[in-house]
Design a protein around this ligand. Structure first.
Ligand code: F0G
Length: 498
């Protein structure tokens, strides 16, 4: 729709202008640092940072309905910069000018309801938000769009020259980082550190294809993260892990989109989120808190964070009684939810802080953590994929988490669960195939349920010639006839009446 066709009061706001006062806020010592620099930890005490808009209160001067209408109308505006996560510019990263926004088609991912028979089987109505439909096929693009927009902005105003961007990854951050860096055409080069043998071949192909420098390290993600942290401490590099607080801002867009896709009524929803490095769940909590603070929503949804039994430091923390909780990293064991296989989540201090603030704002228990077995994760992923939902193993973890939350009465069947399908099924298809072949037993302890397994069939084609380019007409006819007859018999097809 053309700008002049929008309601008059919204027209001046359709294209956002830079505004607000973003500062890095240290969660450990409370120091505030100007945001016109690359910072990943507090220069004073080394604490973890969040970005805050010191002028956030200006958003409160308008009624909540203004923001709902503005964001709803932006859906009809054909402006690329605000077609993705920056549709929520005022809440997200208001200091970044529109001209610096990097847009590769991220955000606005669909919410797809589970078919009724699957909902009945699970015991509650639920849907998946298919974040695997982002450009690099995972939710990481949301955060990367903002991190790279900021980098582009900073490079322009400070004439930085070529920037080297680095990240450690279980496979999806690296794919997104390499893609968004590549889109800037040489202004940003990227290097990614991956745990050897612990990312899927599809994930490995992504940064290679985008031209990143790829390092495979022995160990697990937590080891790669430590190396990248040291690199960012000692050298001039841009860190693209969610330790970078601009990434967290971008991932808040998931919460804004869910609110919009449910007509800004969140009270009867439960958002289910898989947790690895804890960047995503932190961002979702932060986004929801901003929506309430600005009056754009009245009630908060429940949040259910899910971890595998084999990588569960957050679950272990929250299962301790309130007031007597202590955090300890865990040594991870192989998990099919491999992208979330993290024993010492970098964002844990942010999560603990925001979850407490969230429950205070919601006025009661509303943040829960459950764990899922490897068997449940795999079975749930396959169950959903068999009903038209293209989810990955982390999506399967969400569905297993929903079942656990229902069994523990943390959520009731009258609430609608929104599950985060964080990546596309095809990135993790090797786990599916290994399950079908019965190869997951030893390392992951997962047995194949025969009713979920599926393999290609071969035909015997007894008496039929092998097809080749030089086949005679008669031979080809015989081959086609034999194959069709065998397939019809296998499928028990009914012949058409003459
Ligand atoms: N799901 C997928 C598909 C992921 O790639 C990740 C994290 C998570 C869930 C967990 O999200 O870390 O924000 O709690 N992947 C990171 C990576 C660590 O390097 O790609 P989180």
């Amino acid at each position: 729709m053309k700008p002049e066709q929008f309601p008059e009061d919204l027209r001046p706001h359709l294209t956002p202008r830079p505004e607000g006062e973003m500062v890095y806020d240290c969660l450990a010592c409370g120091a505030k640092h100007p945001s016109d620099q690359l910072l990943y930890t507090c220069p004073g005490c080394g604490g973890l940072l969040l970005l805050r808009d010191l002028q956030f209160d200006r958003l409160r001067r308008r009624p909540g309905d203004f923001w709902r209408r503005l964001f709803d109308h932006r859906l009809m505006l054909n402006e690329r910069a605000t077609s993705g996560v920056f549709a929520f510019h005022e809440f997200l990263a208001p200091s970044i000018p529109v001209e610096d926004i990097v847009y590769l088609g991220e955000g606005r991912t669909p919410v797809v309801p589970a078919p009724p028979e699957l909902a009945r089987e699970v015991g509650a109505a639920f849907c998946f938000k298919l974040d695997g439909q982002n450009p690099s096929a995972s939710f990481k693009d949301r955060g990367m769009a903002v991190a790279l927009s900021f980098l582009k902005h900073l490079a322009r105003v400070k004439s930085l020259g070529t920037v080297m961007a680095v990240c450690a990854s279980t496979g999806d951050t690296s794919a997104a980082a390499a893609l968004y860096a590549a889109s800037l055409g040489g202004a940003v080069k990227s290097a990614v550190l991956l745990p050897k043998g612990r990312v899927t071949p599809q994930q490995l192909s992504q940064p290679l294809g985008a031209g990143a420098t790829v390092f495979e390290l022995p160990g697990v993600f937590d080891d790669c993260m430590k190396v990248v942290e040291l690199l960012s401490e000692k050298y001039q590099v841009a860190l693209l892990n969610s330790k970078n607080p601009w990434r967290v801002l971008g991932q808040e867009s998931y919460a804004y989109e869910v609110a919009q896709q449910f007509d800004w009524e969140l009270g009867d929803l439960a958002l289910i989120v898989p947790v690895g490095n804890a960047g995503n769940v932190t961002a979702i909590l932060s986004g929801l808190l901003k929506l309430v603070a600005a009056g754009a929503v009245d009630r908060l949804p429940k949040i259910v964070a899910v971890q595998s039994e084999r990588a569960n430091p957050v679950y272990r923390y929250y299962r301790q009684p309130l007031g007597a909780r202590s955090y300890a990293p865990v040594i991870v064991r192989p998990s099919v939810a491999q992208a979330a296989m993290i024993g010492d989540p970098v964002s844990f201090p942010r999560l603990a802080l925001l979850a407490a603030e969230y429950e205070k704002t919601a006025g009661g228990p509303s943040f829960f953590v459950v764990e899922a077995s490897e068997q449940a994760i795999m079975d749930c992923m396959l169950l959903a994929n068999r009903r038209g939902l293209t989810i990955c193993t982390q999506g399967g973890e969400c569905l297993a988490g929903l079942k656990a939350a229902l069994a523990q009465d943390l959520i009731t069947p009258s609430e609608t669960a929104v599950l985060d399908s964080t990546a596309h099924a095809l990135k993790f298809v090797d786990f599916q195939n290994a399950y079908f072949d019965g190869r997951l037993k030893d390392e992951y302890g997962v047995s194949t349920r025969p009713e979920l397994a599926n393999r290609p069939r071969e035909l015997s084609l007894r008496g039929a010639p092998e097809p080749s380019g030089t086949m005679s007409k008669a031979d080809r006819e015989l081959f086609v006839k034999t194959a069709a007859a065998e397939i019809a018999a296998a499928l028990d097809l009914t012949p058409k009446s003459a």
